[in-house]
Design a protein around this ligand. Structure first.
Ligand code: NAP
Length: 245
C-alpha cells in the first residue's frame, strides 16, 4: 500500500524510548509514521530503519516542539504534502529534577515548554485538519508524576498534570467531530529518561517489582488509535505496574 493510502501518524520524540516504540508499533499496524525528534538524527534514523526493515513506511521530521514557530512551520509543510493527519502522539518530553527550593525560572520554563506548551504548539495546527476531516486521534504522554505528584519534580508534575487537564477539556470540545483525545500515563519505563534515577527506590514503589517496557506503553497507544477505541475520549490510562494513583 502506498503511503498516500495509509493513515498518517505524527509521533513527537520518536528517536528514542517510548516514542520510538510507539512509532514502530503504529507502522506495524499499517500507518505511515512521521518521526519527530529534536537533535538525535542518528537514533531517529534507526527508528526509521527498523520500520522499513519490516516493510513499514515512515519519514524523519526534526523540529523542536517547545518552539511554536518551528512546530507550526513543520506541520504546515506536512499538511501541504498530506491531505490528512489522522493520528498525533504528543510524546516528546524532558525532565529536569531538583527540589523547588533550588529551581531557577529556566528549569521551570524549559520543562513546561517541552512537556506542556508543546501540546499547544503541535496540536493546534493539526486540529483544524482533523475537525474538517471529521476524524482524529490525539494521544498525550503524561505520567504518574502528573497524577499524584513526585517530590523533586514540581516542574514535571505541573506540566504532566496540565496535560491531563488539557486532554479532558479538548476531548469535550472536539468529540462531536469524531476526534478523540486521550492521555497515557506511564509509571517507570526503561528508557534514557530514567538515567541517574535510583533503581532500588523506583522498584520499591512498584507493586509488580519491575520497570515497564516501552512496548507495553506502545500497545495501549495503538489500541487508542483503533476503531475499537472510537468511544473512548478524555481518559487517562495508567501503565505503571500497579502504582496506585
Ligand atoms: P527519552 O528516552 O528521553 O526520549 C525523549 C524523546 O523526546 C527523544 O526522542 C527526544 O529527541 C525527544 N525530545 C525531547 N525534547 C524535544 C523537543 N524539544 N522537541 C522534539 N523532540 C524532543 O524519553 P522517554 O522515556 O521515551 O519519554 C517519552 C515520554 O514519556 C515523555 O513525555 C516522558 O515525560 C513520558 N514518560 C516517560 C516515563 C519513563 O519512565 N520513561 C514515565 C512517564 C512518562 P532527541 O533524541 O532528538 O533528543
Amino acid at each position: 500500500m502506498s503511503e498516500q493510502n495509509k493513515e498518517i501518524a505524527l509521533v513527537t520524540g520518536a528517536s528514542r524510548g517510548i516514542g520510538k516504540a510507539v512509532a514502530i508499533a503504529l507502522a506495524q499496524s499499517g500507518r505511515h509514521v512521521v518521526i519527530n525528534y529534536r537533535s538525535n538524527e542518528e537514533e531517529a534514523q534507526k527508528t526509521l530503519e527498523t520500520i522499513e526493515s519490516s516493510g513499514g513506511s515512515g519519514e524523519l521530521c526534526p523540529f523542536d516542539v517547545s518552539d511554536g514557530k518551528q512546530s507550526q512551520e513543520a506541520i504546515g509543510s506536512l499538511l501541504e504534502r498530506y491531505e490528512q493527519i489522522h493520528i498525533l502522539v504528543n510524546n516528546a518530553g524532558i525532565r529536569d529534577d531538583m527540589l523547588m527550593i533550588w529551581m531557577e525560572e529556566d528549569n521551570w520554563n524549559k520543562v513546561l515548554d517541552t512537556n506542556l506548551s508543546s501540546f499547544y504548539h503541535v496540536s493546534r495546527p493539526i486540529l483544524k485538519n482533523m475537525l474538517s476531516k471529521r476524524f482524529g486521534r490525539i494521544i498525550n504522554m503524561t505520567s504518574t508524576s502528573g497524577q499524584s505528584g513526585m517530590p523533586g519534580q514540581v516542574n514535571y508534575s505541573a506540566a504532566k498534570s496540565g496535560l491531563i487537564g488539557a486532554t479532558m477539556a479538548l476531548a469535550k470540545e472536539v468529540a462531536k467531530r469524531k476526534v478523540t483525545v486521550n492521555a497515557v500515563a506511564p509509571g517507570f519505563i526503561e528508557s534514557d529518561m530514567l538515567e541517574g534515577m535510583d533503581e532500588k527506590q523506583m522498584l520499591s514503589q512498584i507493586p509488580m517489582k519491575r520497570l515497564g517496557k516501552a512496548e507495553e506503553v506502545a500497545g495501549t497507544v495503538v489500541f487508542l488509535c483503533s476503531e475499537s477505541a472510537a468511544y473512548i475520549t478524555g481518559q487517562v490510562i495508567a501503565i505503571n505496574g500497579g502504582i496506585y494513583t
